[in-house]
Design a protein around this ligand. Structure first.
Ligand SMILES: NC(=O)c1ccc[n+]([C@@H]2O[C@H](COP(=O)([O-])OP(=O)(O)OC[C@H]3O[C@@H](n4cnc5c(N)ncnc54)[C@H](O)[C@@H]3O)[C@@H](O)[C@H]2O)c1
Length: 356
């Protein structure tokens, strides 16, 4: 598969976003978000998402130069209108607000309406972690999860993320969809022309399918855990929890009223809800970092079933991928994905992405 230098991927993202009206600062922040995903190995949320954002800007669903505003606040809370700005503009605004408030009060919770897709939820939790705080973030999304026992879809893939600092620069990073996988993973299987593992998705008839194109067309993902007999209702429950924090608190669209997000969307915004929280561990028992470091050490040192597959802590996989991506300086993309980017580049008049 072709490789592209990291600086070239970023150049292409920034040029593309500026071509559809994003100011330089906003384009760079959105590119940082996408670059993070491709660097840590969540390719579904990196370059793969760019064309969706470009189309949202062109069609008016996203206002790339808009700035969020605070509608209501207390010492430890804020209700924000994202004003349909780019996902990274709203994410940075809200998490910076939560961090500032948590440093003053110990804990802060920000809920935003009027949001667009904001990429990896973990990117936002990590912003607080870098400040020595526990970061939490989540979003609702288009209704592509089929709740347990339902024939119909009603909830989003509603991801949940938490990042916490442990001693010596180590950290725990939980960042996951409340469906078995994110829809972007199905798209990546299409790009790679590979079938889906069992249990990820349902076909139009509500029965499991491993055909990535059928699954993408049907847009019916299983809740985390799959069917009821394998506890899929717990993924459904987690999605309802994020719905409460995201649309419930902010007044955004609940997932079941959000438009489906595809490359041929209308100009109507999704009006997603998002939440951003920060907690200062220093307000609680002394030694938080050391305790978390001890937990991480214990988990990683558990005897593995297969010695070639050591036990990982949440966040380790992404950290390892990030170290190797940065050392290599390139990202590998499926040929079909780069062909789609070339078409998009022509359409919006930017220099196509150059492979190594
Ligand atoms: N913005 C949106 O609407 C939206 C919707 C859904 C998902 N997403 C994002 O998509 C990304 C991918 O989500 P996903 O659920 O498909 O990811 P995933 O299934 O790869 O799970 C990722 C999480 O599991 C942990 N993990 C993986 N293997 C592990 C192991 N062996 N031991 C311990 N922990 C392990 C990772 O460190 C990470 O915390 C996330 O960043 C999520 O935020 C975004």
């Amino acid at each position: 598969m072709p490789e592209v230098r990291l600086e070239e991927v970023r150049r292409f993202m920034v040029d593309s976003l500026k071509a559809v009206g994003a100011p330089d600062k906003e384009a760079r922040a959105q590119a940082d978000l996408l670059m993070h995903a491709d660097t840590v190995g969540h390719y579904s949320h990196g370059l793969n998402r760019l064309e969706f954002y470009i189309n949202d800007c062109q069609q008016g669903a996203c206002k790339p130069a808009a700035k969020p505003v605070v509608l209501k606040e207390s010492a430890g809370t804020a209700w924000v209108d994202g004003c349909f700005a780019l996902g990274a503009t709203v994410g940075n605004f809200c998490m910076e607000l939560a961090i500032r408030k948590a440093k003053e009060t110990g804990i802060a919770w920000v809920a935003a309406k009027g949001c667009n897709h904001y990429g990896m939820a973990g990117y936002w939790a990590l912003k607080a972690e870098r400040e020595g705080l526990i970061g939490i973030s989540g979003t609702n999304s288009s209704p592509i999860m089929v709740p347990t026992r339902s024939k119909e879809r009603a909830l989003g893939t509603n991801p949940i993320a938490m990042a916490a600092p442990a001693g010596n620069g180590d950290k725990i990073v939980v960042d996951m969809a409340s469906t078995t996988v994110a829809m972007g993973k199905i798209e990546m299987q299409i790009h790679k022309e590979e079938p889906l593992p069992n249990g990820w998705a349902l076909g139009p008839d509500g029965r499991p399918t491993t055909d990535a194109k059928v699954a993408f067309g049907a847009g019916k993902l299983t809740p985390l855990g799959g069917e009821e007999k394998s506890s899929g209702y717990k993924g459904y429950c987690l999605a309802t929890m994020m719905e409460t924090f995201c649309s419930g608190l902010s007044g955004a669209n609940p997932s079941h009223k959000v438009n489906l997000w595809d490359l041929a969307r209308s100009n109507e915004s999704m009006n997603l809800g998002q939440c951003f929280a920060a907690i200062d561990p220093d307000c609680f028992a002394p030694g938080f970092g050391e305790r978390m470091a001890e937990c991480l050490k214990t988990w990683r040192n558990l005897e593995p079933v297969d010695p070639s597959l050591p036990v990982l802590a949440p966040g380790d996989k992404e950290h390892q991928t990030s170290v190797s991506t940065l050392a290599k300086g390139t990202v590998t993309y499926p040929q079909k994905q780069l062909e789609a980017m070339e078409k998009m580049a022509k359409r919006i008049g930017v220099k196509p992405i150059q492979t190594v």
